[in-house]
Design a protein around this ligand. Structure first.
Ligand code: HEC
Length: 131
């Protein structure tokens, strides 16, 4: 009985664990898709989008000096690994794939169609290395 419970518990957390498997080196290369609007690194500035240094664990809409959209400021999102992944993924709604960013924050000014689940995991693994 106990063993069975343990197995059931593991099955439940498995999808969460799957999130951790991104490859940061691959994600760094794919970050080219974000670079048009987001800078990272010691000299990063806010450009079309806010810089993404230290994004993990940050509250959405909190980079000083960047003018976020109102819905973004009011979103209350915290940038966990899971939220970051959803933000840049394609999310299925009523059988159609939509940008995760638009689903999470309707009215956001980030115009990005989203990447495949695998690419999203890799990019987020890279984002998590940015201090
Ligand atoms: C066409 C420009 C553009 C591209 C490409 C783009 N973004 Fe954005 N991003 C934005 C803008 C603009 C915002 C601010 C959104 C708002 O205020 O509504 C934003 C916001 C964000 C935020 C929230 C930041 C915060 O401080 O709360 C994250 C995280 C993010 N983008 C990640 C990414 C990643 C990762 C990629 C690449 C996979 C990407 N973006 C591609 C324009 C872009």
């Amino acid at each position: 009985m106990k063993k069975w419970l343990l197995a059931a518990g593991l099955a439940l957390i498995a999808p969460t664990l799957a999130l951790a498997e991104g490859d940061a080196a691959k994600g760094k290369k794919k970050f080219i898709k974000c670079k048009a609007c987001h800078q990272v690194g010691p000299a990063a500035k806010n450009t079309l989008g806010p810089h993404l240094n230290g994004i993990l664990g940050r509250k959405a809409g909190s980079v000083e000096g960047y003018e976020y959209s109102e819905p973004m400021k009011a979103s209350g999102i915290e940038w966990t690994q899971e939220n970051l992944t959803k933000w840049i993924s394609k999310v299925k709604v009523d059988g159609k794939k939509k940008p995760g960013s638009k689903i999470m924050v309707p009215g956001t000014k980030m115009l990005f169609p989203g990447v495949s689940d695998k690419q999203a995991a890799n990019i987020v693994a890279y984002l998590m290395t940015l201090k």
